[in-house]
Design a protein around this ligand. Structure first.
Ligand SMILES: *[C@@H]1O[C@H](CO)[C@@H](O)[C@H](O)[C@H]1NC(C)=O
Ligand SMILES: *[C@@H]1O[C@H](CO)[C@@H](O)[C@H](O)[C@H]1NC(C)=O
Ligand SMILES: *[C@@H]1O[C@H](CO)[C@@H](O)[C@H](O)[C@H]1NC(C)=O
Ligand SMILES: *[C@@H]1O[C@H](CO)[C@@H](O)[C@H](O)[C@H]1NC(C)=O
Length: 444
């Protein structure tokens, strides 16, 4: 997270958009969340338009010149949008001419709707094209059969168009654009079939509406990082079946909602990183038994690490750095390193002691406890700094309860034990490629 890459990119665009090289950036492909059923057949496309007959095309092309009337109508919409593109450093728009939308128009992809013989525009993928237009109104919302719109790293301004009329729409990626500063676009909440909502690296502000966590029953990924969202996180966060949730680099305040425990069946990665969250580190985070990434670093969380964290048997990356945590780092937490845990970052807190297994992890470079108050550990805070913090009154409860203990009673230890089970799980994990998708989302 070095500096403000987006700001720089915009500056370059202002100076000369044509000078921009085709920098490859993480895009929707890199963040693919493998939609169940995979591609093709899942994309529903259907009838959208009835009434008004389209105006004649400026080029003189007529409906009968096209494969079908849907494509003719899409042609008109694309030509109109093309006129609004004021910057096209990669030379994309010249391909948007003629009657062959399905094979020669860069960024447009056709599919055949179920029960319909006609092909039509089903997805638009402009990832990394760096096109500039002041508005998307009248474009994506006027392609009635659209299921996907990916526009990572373009220079699109204005408001998010009203898309909820698009009955087949399910993936929206407007990340790293120049959309007008605005509250969360409420129309997006109407996309009830959405599986992917990505508006990171824009200028959205205000509170995240509760609808984000209850209006999308099929949602897999929600990326709202690197905006200016503020206020408390909605209490109903646990209502969402989301797998990948990134809230990082905003200005959220208040506590991590305890309802997060209800995400235990689905949440795989969650980033609270770099907000202003406060209150006690909740016991409920330890219930996220499927999570591979939990990052609550750089907030103002306090309290001790709840014993429930020993139940995070799938966690690989756990970051609690730069908070106001204190007490003993539980031995059972460090024992997770016998399983999946690869990186435990606790630096910049006020911990005073470590469980015995933790010392080995430091040697292996898997545990960072710099800038704490731990005797004998290197790079600790000064005595004055530690004394000042440790004398402040503490109100967080000490949570000793290990909720998964009964599940593993035959193996003794809640974590680290169960070698056979762990071996099988490791084999399964090898097949599945973990790429820490939420961490990829922290780059524009
Ligand atoms: C598509 O056709 C099938 C079988 O003919 C039918 O059951 C279904 O309702 C149709 N779907 C739509 C959206 O028309
Ligand atoms: C969501 O999908 C269902 C069935 O696939 C469809 O009936 C419904 O209209 C869609 N919802 C929206 C808001 O498009
Ligand atoms: C942390 O968040 C603040 C506020 O949103 C932002 O200005 C800052 O750039 C972020 N820091 C990093 C390292 O991304
Ligand atoms: C461990 O995680 C921290 C915090 O997310 C990160 O800064 C660091 O680079 C990671 N270390 C390794 C070796 O992956």
């Amino acid at each position: 997270m070095a500096g403000p890459p987006r700001g720089l990119a915009l500056l370059f665009l202002v100076v000369s958009c044509a000078a921009l090289a085709a920098a490859s950036r993480p895009s929707r492909e890199n963040l693919d969340v493998s939609i169940g059923g995979g591609g093709g057949g899942g994309v529903g496309i259907g009838i959208g338009i009835g009434g008004s007959s389209p105006a004649p095309a400026p080029s003189g092309l007529r409906p009968c010149d096209f494969e079908n009337e849907r494509l003719y109508r899409a042609y008109l919409v694309i030509q109109q949008f093309r006129q609004t593109v004021s910057c096209d450093p990669m030379g994309i728009t010249p391909s948007w001419s003629g009657t062959d939308l399905c094979s020669s128009y860069k960024g447009f992809f056709c599919e055949r709707p179920p029960n319909v013989t006609d092909r039509t525009i089903a997805s638009v993928d402009f990832n990394g094209y760096m096109l500039r237009s002041d508005s998307l109104q009248g474009f994506i919302n006027s392609l009635p059969d659209l299921a996907l719109f990916h526009a990572n790293s373009n220079d699109f301004g204005g408001a998010v168009p009203a898309l909820s009329g698009l009955q087949y729409f399910y993936e929206l990626d407007l990340s790293n654009n120049r959309l007008a500063p605005a509250p969360f676009p409420t129309d997006v909440l109407g996309l009830t079939n959405a599986t992917f909502i990505d508006i990171r690296f824009n200028s959205f502000y205000g509170e995240l509406p509760a609808g984000v966590f209850c209006r999308f029953p099929r949602i897999q990924a929600i990326f709202v990082n690197n905006n200016q969202f503020s206020g408390a996180l909605p209490d109903n966060i646990g209502q969402s079946p989301v797998n990948y949730l990134s809230l990082a680099n905003n200005r959220f305040t208040g506590e991590i909602p305890r309802s997060i425990a209800r995400n235990a069946g689905t949440l795989l990665e969650v980033l609270f990183l770099n907000n202003s969250l406060s209150g006690c580190l909740p016991y409920e985070l330890g219930l996220l038994e499927k999570a591979t990434v939990i990052d609550a670093g750089t907030n103002m969380l306090t309290g001790t690490i709840p014993a429930s964290f020993a139940c995070l048997r799938k966690v690989e990356q756990l970051n609690l750095a730069n908070n106001h945590l204190y007490g003993v780092v539980p031995d059972a937490l460090c024992k997770l390193a016998f399983g999946r845990l690869k990186n435990l970052t606790l630096s910049g807190n006020y911990f005073t002691a470590l469980g015995s297994c933790c010392w080995d992890l430091i040697k292996e470079g898997r545990l960072n406890v710099d800038r704490n108050c731990i005797q004998w550990a290197p790079n600790q805070r000064s005595h004055e700094e530690c004394a000042k913090f440790l004398h402040q009154p503490k109100s967080c409860p000490i949570s000793d309860y290990v909720p998964c203990f009964h599940k593993f009673r035959f193996f003794g230890q809640p974590a680290g034990a169960g070698a056979l089970e762990e071996k099988n799980a490791a084999a399964a994990a090898a097949e599945e490629e973990y790429r820490y998708r939420t961490y990829s989302a922290l780059h524009p």
